[in-house]
Design a protein around this ligand. Structure first.
Ligand code: ZN
Length: 283
């Protein structure tokens, strides 16, 4: 009696086990079964809210779009420490606040009360001439952000702001121009690229000049930045401006610092090596 003959009695007919292991069905491709976890896509619009400001010049209350803190994730930094956020959101665009009535503009960290003489100058020399700018809805464009930063610069000049504040606006503009170049996919070698490079370099030169002055007469933290970070940015800017020796001096300050985070030291070493290599090549 064969092993499976009793199956016949159960009505199952002859059970043939000769090929029992050959008929195995092909494995189902796992990739179709196990789906990758869905990454939450956060849109720029979803992280914005209307923030109310009161203009220190005309007392007008108005709302501007602001970015909810903690809603955007910093994922990287450029070589000049320009912050790069997840989901292509750029909070930098929302940092200059313009009064919708008189046009007074400042970066958020400097949007505060003014002295009487500052008020007088701003009213007479700025507000009296200001013709208004179009609203940016629902999102701020890079062009709109750059315009507002330029207004912030004009207002800061009118109220004799510190070198660090003026330099910081130029730094922000350099970062915005970079962001815009990426968004517009500006290709190296094109006319637009040359224009972008020229404008960005102008901002870098002004930021470098202003922060150089600030280093000798102001104290840290400066514009919310610590000394090591700013020294590193100065090294990068000096390099961009073709001042290699100055760049190396700024880098020494970063590399000798006991408090510098490793990621900044790594960037500083990278730049130092690049300069060394270029000098060796006679560049
Ligand atoms: Zn105003």
């Amino acid at each position: 009696m064969s092993l499976f003959s009793d199956m016949e009695k159960l009505g199952l007919g002859k059970v043939n086990v000769d090929n029992v292991f050959k008929e195995e069905s092909k494995p189902v491709k796992k990739q179709n079964v196990l789906k990758e976890p869905v990454k939450e896509v956060v849109t720029e619009e979803s992280v914005l809210f209307d923030k109310t400001y009161k203009c220190p010049v005309c007392d007008h209350e108005f709302k501007v779009k602001a970015v909810r803190t903690g809603k955007v994730k910093l994922i990287d930094q450029d070589e000049d420490l320009r912050p790069i956020y997840d989901n292509h959101i750029d909070p930098l665009k929302y940092d200059a606040v313009t009064c919708t009535k008189c046009g007074y503009t400042a970066l958020t960290r400097y949007y505060m009360a003014l002295t009487n003489s500052q008020l007088r100058t701003i009213k007479q020399e700025y507000c009296a001439n200001f013709r208004g700018i179009p609203e940016e809805n629902p999102l701020m464009s890079y062009a709109g952000a750059l315009t507002r930063h330029k207004l912030a610069l004009v207002c800061a000049m009118k109220r004799n702001a510190k070198s660090s504040e003026l330099a910081y606006i130029f730094l922000k503009m350099a970062w915005l121009l970079h962001g815009q170049a990426i968004e517009d996919n500006i290709q190296e070698g094109s006319k637009k690229y040359d224009e972008y490079k020229q404008n960005a370099l102008e901002c870098v030169a002004k930021a470098y000049e202003g922060f150089s002055a600030a280093f000798s007469k102001e104290t840290f933290p400066m514009c919310g930045m610590d000394e090591v970070s700013l020294r590193y940015i100065m090294a990068e800017f000096a390099y961009k401006l073709g001042k290699k020796e100055e760049s190396v001096r700024w880098l020494a300050g970063v590399l000798q610092s006991r408090t510098a985070p490793q990621r900044i030291k790594d960037k500083a070493l990278e730049l130092k090596d690049r300069i060394k290599a270029e000098v060796a090549e006679g560049k």
